[in-house]
Design a protein around this ligand. Structure first.
Ligand SMILES: CC(C)(COP(=O)(O)OP(=O)(O)OC[C@H]1O[C@@H](n2cnc3c(N)ncnc32)[C@H](O)[C@@H]1OP(=O)(O)O)[C@@H](O)C(=O)NCCC(=O)NCCS
Length: 241
């Protein structure tokens, strides 16, 4: 890669944004940043991230973290991993409306969310309406929803753990969330995308996924253990016919 290309690539991976957000969440005054990195654990975390970034192959799709806002709204959607709240997601998993989930040990949930492309739905704690330019931090963002795409970031995605908290449902946030996911997992953005798949037990959701992603039911799974049969749905955005 040329120097310029490599710089663009790092920019796309948002290394600086990641670092800035991470430091913001630590609430460090600037003179303490060096001391922070003297802590071996913190240093290791960053060394790991940077080395993963440097050794990664150039992307074949645009998967850099993005944030979506809409006019006159305090809500926003982002796939920036530094905004995710393990606590908020685990509290949602503890509720009955997430019929498939239960809370996980924190390190397990951390790995689930950070090894996938996770889209959070957030409410800004500071503003009645967010406006551009907008640089949310984990501190100012209250997580109220999630969609998790298990993916290699280029050819395949398995959509899971889609929810909006009950008190925020029915106002179009779920549809907006799916539109953001489908923007990233579209044939324009991912020219090598082969399949997106998901499992659902909800009839209304089947129609919803069919509309947003062009998903079709391809198989059924009998699940007497949860008292509900599930369907496998699949879309092939780049299929010729
Ligand atoms: C599904 C869910 C994320 C939708 O979020 P939302 O913000 O309420 O959705 P919207 O207001 O944007 O509505 C979008 C679509 O979601 C579907 N939907 C909305 N509420 C729903 C509900 N309670 N149950 C099933 N589907 C619902 C509808 O198809 C709706 O489309 P329509 O308006 O054309 O009928 C939300 O209802 C939820 O978290 N449900 C519980 C968890 C769940 O079932 N997740 C999906 C597992 S496959």
């Amino acid at each position: 890669m040329t120097h310029d290309k490599h710089n663009n690539y790092l920019e796309q991976l948002n290394v600086h944004g990641y670092l800035r957000n991470h430091l913001n969440t630590q609430k460090l005054p600037s003179f303490r940043v060096l001391t922070y990195f003297e802590n071996l654990q913190n240093l290791r975390l960053f060394a790991h991230y940077i080395s993963a970034v440097m050794s990664a192959a150039p992307p074949t799709a645009t998967t850099a973290p993005r944030t979506w806002t809409r006019p006159n709204s305090e809500f926003f959607i982002s796939n920036d991993p530094s905004l995710l709240s393990i606590k908020a997601v685990n509290e949602a998993f503890a509720q009955d409306f997430l019929y498939w989930g239960k809370p996980f040990p924190e390190e397990v949930l951390h790995q689930m969310l950070h090894s996938s492309m996770s889209f959070g739905v957030y409410k800004d704690r500071q503003a009645q309406s967010v406006c551009e330019p907008f640089a949310p931090t984990a501190e100012s963002a209250e997580q109220i929803g999630l969609a998790r795409m298990v993916t290699d970031g280029t050819t395949f995605g398995y959509l899971s753990d889609v929810y909006v908290l009950p008190e925020y449902q029915g106002h179009g946030l779920g549809r907006w969330l799916m539109n953001c996911v489908s923007e990233v997992f579209s044939k324009e953005n991912m020219p090598y995308l082969r399949r997106i798949m998901l499992l659902t037990g909800d009839k209304r959701m089947q129609e919803f996924y069919a509309k947003v992603f062009g998903m079709q039911v391809i198989a059924h799974e009998r699940r007497p253990d949860i008292g509900q049969d599930l369907v496998f749905m699949c879309a092939r955005p780049n299929a010729k016919s």
